[in-house]
Design a protein around this ligand. Structure first.
Ligand SMILES: *Cc1c(COP(=O)(O)O)cnc(C)c1O
Length: 234
């Protein structure tokens, strides 16, 4: 084995142990948390090394990277799109992806619906919420969530399954706990007020720096890049 594969194997193990500890602390079973290995900017060989440890769920934040990487790898990888997606790039994502986490507009949803329809596919999506209200280009304001969910009902090829957020980087990750908690409250609110949205059940939140806190606050999908593959140079 190469040194690189040893490093990734070691990192995978350590992240999994940290997930288990956080789950135990919050009285959750560790299979209630889906670990997404965020392989953006990393080569195919890195993905293969993680795959060899049993990892099957990978995420990218650029449509082109999914389009380029997915066909080179095993079919039984589950790909997730977690980054901003322009409408003209939806065609790179829909054929390969199991879940799109980053839907934040009606127009994008409409495009996904149209492309999914071409592939005769029902596309599970999450709504990206700008929960911290920081000046960010992406993500819905909290008050936009309900109206968008309502209007998504017209799209038959889309299935909204949850909420996603990217809070700011904090030196002290505890400072993101409030945002994770808020996202969970919103999900509970959606389920109570809109019993017809019963497919809304997932919370995609938590990255390398703060995933343990996200797990304590109810994350079902955590997105870990640096913790598995090391720092990114691009
Ligand atoms: C890059 C990225 C991550 C992973 O970040 P790390 O800090 O490297 O774990 C998670 N979510 C999104 C949306 C990203 O773009």
């Amino acid at each position: 084995m190469t040194e690189r594969s040893e490093t990734i194997k070691h990192n995978m193990l350590s992240i999994k142990q940290r997930i288990e500890t956080a789950c135990a602390r919050s009285d959750r079973s560790s299979d209630s948390v889906c670990l997404l290995a965020v392989s953006k900017t990393k080569p195919i060989s890195d993905i293969s090394y993680a795959w060899q440890t049993g990892q099957r769920v990978f995420a990218e934040n650029k449509p082109q990277e999914i389009r380029d990487k997915a066909p080179q790898l095993d079919d039984n990888i589950s790909w997730h799109m977690i980054g901003h997606c322009q409408k003209n790039k939806v065609k790179y994502v829909v054929p390969f992806c199991q879940l799109i986490h980053s839907v934040d507009s009606y127009d994008l949803a409409s495009k996904i619906n149209q492309v999914a329809s071409n592939y005769q596919k029902i596309m599970p999506i999450m709504l990206q919420v700008n929960i911290s209200g920081e000046v960010s280009k992406y993500g819905l304001a909290i008050e936009e969530i309900f109206p968008l969910l309502e209007s998504l009902k017209e799209f038959k090829q889309i299935k909204p399954v949850g909420l996603m957020t990217i809070p700011p980087y904090q030196d002290n990750p505890e400072e993101n706990r409030q945002y994770f908690r808020r996202l969970k409250e919103i999900l509970v609110d959606i389920k109570m007020k809109k019993p017809d949205n019963k497919t809304m059940e997932y919370l995609s939140m938590g990255m390398t720096n703060d995933f343990e806190i996200a797990i304590e606050e109810g994350a079902t999908h955590i997105r870990v890049g640096t913790g598995i593959f090391g720092n990114r140079t691009k």
